[in-house]
Design a protein around this ligand. Structure first.
Ligand SMILES: Cc1ncc(COP(=O)(O)O)c(C=O)c1O
Length: 457
């Protein structure tokens, strides 16, 4: 059995290895070398009969595993929409992992539940959401969308006298789901998980930036849930949510906003106009592991109608301390047991303050514009209006773009992904990392343009 001495030396060893990994991050190639990836086959072995020494376990993970990672936390990782975890959030995460609290019930873990409540109130204020909005701390925007839409399902059905939690959807009256043609795939997945079906939806047409076209918005009739988006994963564009709310809310529809990264624009004085009128919606989903730069996994669902969220999520049992005068976290989340992910959010917000969050958002947006300007100057096509932190660039036809992106990833200076935007293959850049500097953008531009010129016919 491990004693206190081995606990100390093991945790110090892990901390030192983690620190060395992060310190080397900015200089290291972003994609791992093919040799490092190939060496990871050393992990593939039958489960040992006799366990290995704990120090050996950690050493193997670091010596073989660390070089095989993609440097997602580094300043030149621009793939998907991925934050780089602020040092204070990594530190907090390590400490809360040592606490190893189960955040299901307030009375069992008052400190983590209190910190989540504080973080929730701060974010409601930061985003300008209505007072009294409830939040659930979940794994990411996928489950935040699911959670918010579960509350929507509860409210819309209870409005027509059907108890969906008790009686399910078989034989239930129909509800109309209006989603954007450009809704993120996780919205469709959430609708599938909720029993609505991924395809039984009415699709709202979009414009060239992927925004719902308010002038062609489908008629809202009868019980309806509408899924809108703040921040398109390709272009960063925002749906006209205030206009949609103006039409839909008087008809009793539930309006949901998927703001996985875009909701954070509300924190910046220069970009909050993109979110104006959003507070009229009923629910909002966002991620903390994207633009707030906290470690994976961390997303938040906000729901105006606390009763609808609680009815969809809460459970009770004699052995659980669910009858309490406190806010019980598990009343708001799909999970009963879970880690204290809200503490990382609290630490990020506490250490940055409102000004620090705004500065981080503004910095990433100005880096995105720097990228766009660099591409245009080099004669390449930027396919989107760079309103936020997303840039789409095309170097030519489909095959040329794919070849160039592949070479950029292999080169290792930076990492960018491929997408297809309105039938055109393009390279996506998402600037989300707290530590990216103008110099990182220039180094990346230099590598991308050099590689693109080598492969453009
Ligand atoms: C708009 C949008 N919604 C949802 C998601 C899914 O987020 P997650 O992977 O954190 O579940 C993403 C991911 O990029 C996104 O951009």
């Amino acid at each position: 059995m491990p004693d206190n001495l081995s606990l100390r030396s093991l945790l110090v060893d892990a901390a030192e290895r983690g620190i060395a990994y992060r310190e080397a991050g900015a200089a290291r190639r972003v994609a791992p070398s093919p040799e490092a990836v190939a060496a990871a086959t050393k992990f593939i072995e039958p489960m040992p009969d006799i366990g290995a020494d704990e120090k050996h376990v950690l050493a193997m993970l670091d010596e073989v595993g660390s070089p095989a990672t993609v440097m997602m936390t580094g300043p030149r990782y621009f793939g998907f929409v991925i934050g780089g975890s602020l040092p204070v959030t990594v530190a907090t995460n390590w400490l809360t992992t040592a606490w190893d609290q189960n955040v299901g019930m307030h009375e069992v873990t008052p400190i983590t539940s209190t910190l989540e409540l504080v973080a929730m109130d701060w974010m409601i204020d930061l985003f300008g959401l209505p007072a009294g909005t409830a939040a659930s701390f979940v794994t990411g925007a996928t489950i935040a969308n699911f959670t918010a839409l579960a509350a929507a399902r509860n409210r819309v059905y209870s409005d027509i006298g059907w108890n969906v939690e008790a009686d399910g959807l078989i034989g239930a009256p129909p509800v109309t789901l209006i989603v954007s043609e450009e809704s993120h795939p996780t919205v469709f997945k959430s609708l599938g998980l909720l029993g609505f079906g991924r395809n039984r939806v009415v699709r709202a047409p979009v414009d060239g930036q992927g925004r719902i076209d308010a002038s062609r918005f489908p008629a809202v009739k009868g019980p309806t849930i509408i899924c809108t988006q703040a921040g398109n994963v390709n272009t960063g564009a925002f749906d006209p949510i205030a206009d949609i709310c103006d039409v839909a809310k008087p008809k009793g529809a539930w309006v949901h906003v998927d703001g996985a990264f875009g909701l954070w624009a509300a924190a910046s004085a220069d970009r909050s106009h993109l979110c104006s009128g959003f507070a009229a919606a009923d629910s909002w989903a966002t991620d903390a592991h994207k633009w707030l730069n906290v470690p994976y996994d961390s997303g938040i669902a906000f729901v105006r109608d606390t009763a609808a969220l609680k009815s969809a999520m809460s459970i009770t049992a004699e052995y659980l301390m669910t009858e309490t005068r406190f806010r019980n976290p598990s009343d708001f989340t799909p999970e009963l047991s879970r880690r204290a992910r809200g503490v990382d959010v609290w630490a990020a917000l506490k250490s940055l303050g409102k000004q620090g969050v705004a500065a981080m958002i503004d910095r990433c947006c100005s880096h995105a514009r720097r990228f766009a300007a660099g591409f245009e100057e080099a004669g390449f096509d930027v396919l989107n209006d760079v309103v936020l932190n997303q840039v789409l660039v095309s170097f030519g036809d489909d095959a040329t773009n794919r070849k160039i992106i592949d070479e950029i990833q292999k080169d290792g200076t930076c990492w960018c992904g491929v997408t297809v935007w309105q039938k055109k293959t393009a390279m996506r850049i998402s600037v989300c990392n707290w530590s990216t500097s103008a110099d990182d953008v220039d180094r990346s531009l230099e590598a991308i343009i050099r590689i693109a010129r080598e492969h453009c016919s």
